[in-house]
Design a protein around this ligand. Structure first.
Ligand SMILES: Cc1ncc(COP(=O)(O)O)c(C=O)c1O
Length: 273
């Protein structure tokens, strides 16, 4: 296969572009898309995905679509799978996980869809089925997950499993609503938290992600992830998650509201202990 080189202008996903990165400005081999997105909680539209599929088809590229948070989608117009898009089966691979819908993070179970139609081009120009390559690699290197865990995975698709998954997700999404609405009411600029379990919070003007982390830790005793840890576009942002208990989520929001001032304040408004 051709070596993969980063695009000259990386296609970042930011508040400014509404979390819809521009198409690459030169040909790339592999494009990773994650919607609903970790860390921003952003979602995309069918029209935007169609542009990516059309680009991949026109430029001989492969899309790697990470749908780990698909189960958190509630709005009818948000696509659940890349295969809802015309032409996607020829150019797209989709990753799915049991970690975030059914709490299998410790059990470790996931699956990848590699349609038979997908093709990869080697450096000498020859074309090969990605499904055949994937199958050969997986069959040689992996024995498959333990039977017990496969049975647990199958249970997720039973009516009772689906009911339990729904209840778990609804619980987390109420946490997401409490965080997003609570911080928004306090004047913070907040993104995500709907169709995704992540809340992307803007630090006060001029405050870095790590300074915001320190302030939250030392003043409010709340821990989250500095946005800059996800890449340069995350600088000045902070990620909170809905994966907590209701009581702790409510208390964390209250403490942040009391101890840390929102966007528009000067850096000094993060009061040091
Ligand atoms: C976007 C995204 N994709 C994939 C994963 C990994 O899922 P798994 O636990 O199946 O490895 C995560 C886990 O945090 C994630 O956030």
């Amino acid at each position: 296969m051709r070596p993969i080189r980063p695009a000259a202008t990386p296609a970042w996903s930011t508040v400014e572009n509404d979390f819809q990165p521009a198409l690459p400005d030169r040909r790339v081999d592999l494009i990773y898309l994650c919607y609903p997105n970790n860390p921003t909680g952003a979602v995309t539209t069918r029209a935007a995905l169609q542009r990516w599929v059309d680009y991949a088809r026109a430029h001989d590229a492969i899309l790697l679509f990470d749908a780990a948070y698909e189960a958190y989608i509630v709005d009818a117009d948000v696509p659940h799978s890349i295969y809802e898009i015309e032409g996607a089966r020829e150019v797209a691979i989709e990753c799915r996980s049991f970690s975030k819908n059914a709490g299998f993070t410790g059990l470790r179970l996931a699956y990848t869809v590699v349609p038979k139609e997908t093709r990869g081009r080697f450096a000498d120009g020859t074309v090969s089925s990605l499904n055949a390559l994937w199958h050969r690699r997986t069959a040689i290197k992996y024995q498959g997950p333990p039977y017990l865990i496969q049975k647990a995975g199958a249970a997720v698709f039973t009516p009772e499993g689906a009911k339990q998954v729904r209840a778990l997700i609804d619980y987390y999404m109420e946490n997401a609503r409490i965080i997003a609405e609570g911080l928004r009411a306090a004047g913070f600029a907040v993104y995500g938290g709907r169709n995704a379990p992540y809340i992307w919070v803007r630090a006060p003007a001029g405050v870095t992600s790590w300074d915001f982390f320190d302030a939250l830790l030392t003043r409010a005793h709340v821990v989250g992830v500095p946005g800059s840890g996800f890449g340069p576009s995350g600088e000045g942002y902070f990620r909170l998650t809905a994966f907590g208990s209701r009581e702790q989520t409510q208390e964390a929001v209250e403490r942040i509201r009391k101890e840390v001032r929102p966007v528009g304040s000067r850096p000094a408004s993060i009061r040091r202990p």
